[in-house]
Design a protein around this ligand. Structure first.
Ligand code: NDP
Ligand code: GDP
Length: 327
């Protein structure tokens, strides 16, 4: 039975990737940082019904010793580095910790592997945010980067350290440049989940308004369930490489709101208000990915439409709030 190690196992992608890997027959080691609320942080794994099947180990991306010990102990065949301070807006308030975890954390893990399991295959969770102020209408693996937040700057460092470990030491290290991907397990601070949760609360009479920032920004949104499959496919290739993963369709936040509110028979214009303090110091106005390489080389393509995903997210948030109300 092959073994995989997943950092960021308590996050959205960590949960979906864990389930995917368990279904593929892997032993799944999930690294999580120590928390005083450990009963709550396993919530996403519990939601997917796999909490008992993932072997959880203590570790932190900024603690090299914990990474070396984990790699030495479990000797993973594949390592997926999903751990990060992943919220762009928070990265202006905590730029240093974002650099330490989202940036230097990648080097820590790569060095732990170089020391204790150099033949492990490595996946780095890179981000379309690295394109930032876009230099081409559709972004692919050859598009120049222009990061626009401390988060994106940290991700860019992690991306290049991954490429550098591949080129310097021959490590099987791949960087997946994933565009935004969402699900009912998306963190509630991200705009999609904030909207679907808001729709559910307004529909059930728990709120009347939904405050948002810039409604004109556009994103290329896919479903996390599709995107974790691409991660795995990258590590099954003979040669490590970098891949853009995207749907090739971009939509404004405003339009996302319209669809989500319409799903429950509401008009978003009656409820969405814009608030200046939710506007970012520097914005990424539009992202649109070209995943042609992933299609050709990995045979990957998305299977879930944006409309179906929005419906799934709204329904999940309605169910959550109804359960709370009846408890
Ligand atoms: P989440 O925010 O849901 O999960 C992040 C995970 O990182 C959590 O498990 C968190 O743990 C963990 N983490 C945070 N700090 C540390 C640390 N110091 N040491 C170890 N683990 C830590 O993100 P997603 O699942 O959405 O994304 C997964 C990865 O993909 C991230 O690296 C993200 O930046 C990247 N990415 C995501 C995209 C998206 O659209 N979702 C797009 C492109 C890239 P805890 O639960 O304790 O907070
Ligand atoms: P990001 O692409 O990783 O930054 O993902 P987010 O979901 O956090 O933000 C996507 C876009 O939505 C950005 O352009 C934000 O400026 C915009 N946005 C507008 N209002 C909000 C809001 O209230 N919260 C968040 N998180 N984003 C918002």
């Amino acid at each position: 039975m092959p073994t995989c190690l997943i950092t960021g196992v308590t996050g959205q992608d960590g949960a979906y990737l864990s389930r995917f890997m368990l279904e593929k027959g892997y032993r799944v080691i999930g690294m999580m940082r120590r928390s005083a609320s450990s009963d709550v942080v396993g919530e996403r794994l519990r939601w997917l019904g796999i909490l008992g099947q993932v072997e959880l180990v203590d570790g932190n991306l900024i603690d090299l010793a914990s990474l070396i010990r984990t790699v030495q102990t479990y000797q993973p065949d594949e390592v997926y580095n999903l751990g990060a301070q992943s919220f762009v807006a928070a990265s202006w308030n905590q730029p240093i910790v974002t650099g330490q975890v989202t940036g230097l954390g990648v080097t820590n893990l790569l060095e732990a592997l170089r020391f204790a399991k150099p033949d492990a295959r490595f996946y780095q969770a890179s981000s379309s945010e690295m394109f930032g102020l876009i230099q081409a209408a559709r972004q692919n693996e050859t598009t120049p980067f222009y990061p626009r937040s401390p988060y994106a700057v940290a991700k860019l460092y992690g991306h290049w350290m991954t490429v550098n470990h591949r080129e310097s030491f021959g490590m099987h290290a791949s960087s997946g440049i994933l565009f935004n991907h969402e699900s009912p397990l998306r963190g509630i601070e991200f705009v999609t989940r904030k909207v679907t949760d808001g729709v559910a609360r307004i529909k059930l009479g728990l709120a009347r308004e939904l405050p948002l920032g810039n409604l004109e920004a556009r994103r290329d949104w896919g479903h996390a369930r599709d995107y974790v499959r691409a991660m795995w496919l990258m590590l099954q290739q003979d040669l490590a490489d970098d891949y853009v993963v995207a749907t090739g369709r971009t939509m404004a936040i405003r339009e996302f709101c319209r669809i989500a509110f319409a799903h429950v028979g509401l008009n978003y214009e009656d409820h969405v208000v814009t608030r200046a303090d939710l506007i970012r110091p520097a914005e990424v106005d539009v992202l649109l990915g070209d995943a042609d390489k992933a299609r050709r080389v990995l045979g990957w393509q998305p299977s879930i439409t944006l409309e179906d995903m929005i419906a799934e997210m709204v329904e999940a948030d309605l169910a959550r709030h109804r359960a709370r109300l009846s408890a």
